[in-house]
Design a protein around this ligand. Structure first.
Ligand SMILES: O=C([C@@H]1CCCNC1)N1CCCCC1
Length: 322
């Protein structure tokens, strides 16, 4: 079977995208995350006070994987932990009958206060899964063999609902050619590298190595590139209070591109105005990857493309223009 699930922006800025998933007998709204590999959900194991505003998984003790636990920490300092169940998970009509469902007993404040997100569905490699004593498969790995093609395609959109396709490529969702590159999955993520970047019409050779991450809102690249970009934005500055580069909301933002597999993958300037700040400026969609050690090609990069993640004998990533 193949299937498709919507990816709906959680707010007017596309902070994150939520997709409906049936877990056991509940429908939850999960953040599909190609940068991690746990499927975890808000659950009836948590204190009632933590569940206010959330849909949650009603655990069935008979389905518990006894003695199994999980604990995940994300790059932004958020995290969650809990117990593990084997239950039915359905995404866009694709069913995993005994998927490892990681039921939270505790989640960090960032998740509790985001009442729209009921958990995450990881789509990176299963080697990053945090379940102990035995690592568990991602939903994609669980259903892989039932899919017509061993792939999922990501169609995130700017200020609009997109989709995740499983097992097929939807020709109605892109124009032109699909440009494939081999993926570096050695660190557990969907890794790619670029040989150049461009700001407006000016191209610069550089090696930009990073990971695709639907669960990261912005585009994080090396500091010299970020500085070169905002040097072209009148009135922009680094605002440590806001935690990144800001600019007047009326500024004209140049397009930005990364050359991957010899093809320029363009991010329209319009997409790089992420959101207004509390101080009357606007916050940039391109920010520095300082302290991370590689680039993170998050939603700002992804939302102008149809991105195929193919787990064939050689994992590949395909980029096409929406
Ligand atoms: O924790 C994360 C991200 C957080 C946002 C959601 N996707 C996973 N990592 C990816 C980047 C390197 C550090 C680990």
């Amino acid at each position: 079977t193949n299937g498709s699930a919507p990816a709906v922006p959680s707010d007017q800025y596309d902070s994150l995208y939520l997709s409906p998933v049936t877990v056991g007998s509940s429908t939850l709204h999960l953040d599909f995350d190609t940068g991690s590999s746990d499927l975890w959900v808000f659950s009836s194991l948590q204190a009632q006070s933590s569940l206010v505003g959330h849909d949650y998984y009603m655990v069935d003790p008979a389905k518990e994987k006894q003695g199994y636990t999980w604990k995940i920490s994300y790059g932004d300092g958020s995290g969650a932990s809990g117990k593990v169940y084997a239950d039915k998970v359905v995404v866009g009509g694709v069913t995993a009958t005994a998927q490892a469902v990681e039921a939270a007993t505790a989640v960090s404040a960032q998740f509790t206060q985001d009442v729209d997100t009921d958990g995450l569905l990881g789509l990176a490699m299963s080697t990053l899964n945090t379940v102990k004593p035995q690592q568990q498969k991602t939903f994609f790995d669980t259903v892989l063999k039932q899919l017509a093609q061993p792939l999922f395609a990501v169609d995130l959109k700017y200020h609009a609902a997109g989709s995740y396709d499983f097992g097929f490529i939807d020709k109605s969702k892109y124009t032109g050619a699909i440009n494939y590159v081999n993926a570096d999955t050695s660190k557990g993520w969907w890794g790619v590298s670029a040989t150049a970047y461009s700001i407006g019409n000016a191209s610069t050779s550089a090696t930009v190595s990073g990971i695709l991450d639907t669960g990261t809102t912005l585009l994080y690249v090396d500091t010299p590139i970020v500085k070169a970009y905002y040097a072209k934005v009148k009135g922009s500055k680094m605002d440590n209070t806001q935690g990144g580069y800001v600019f007047p909301c009326s500024a004209t933002l140049p397009d930005f591109s990364l050359t991957i597999g010899g093809v320029k993958q363009i991010v329209p300037g319009k997409h790089i105005n992420y959101s207004p700040t509390s101080a009357g400026n606007c916050f940039g969609g391109i920010q520095t990857n300082d302290g991370i050690g590689f680039s993170i090609l998050g939603d700002i990069f992804l939302k102008s493309k149809y991105v195929i993640h193919e787990m064939g004998s050689t994992p590949r990533i395909g980029f096409a223009q929406q």
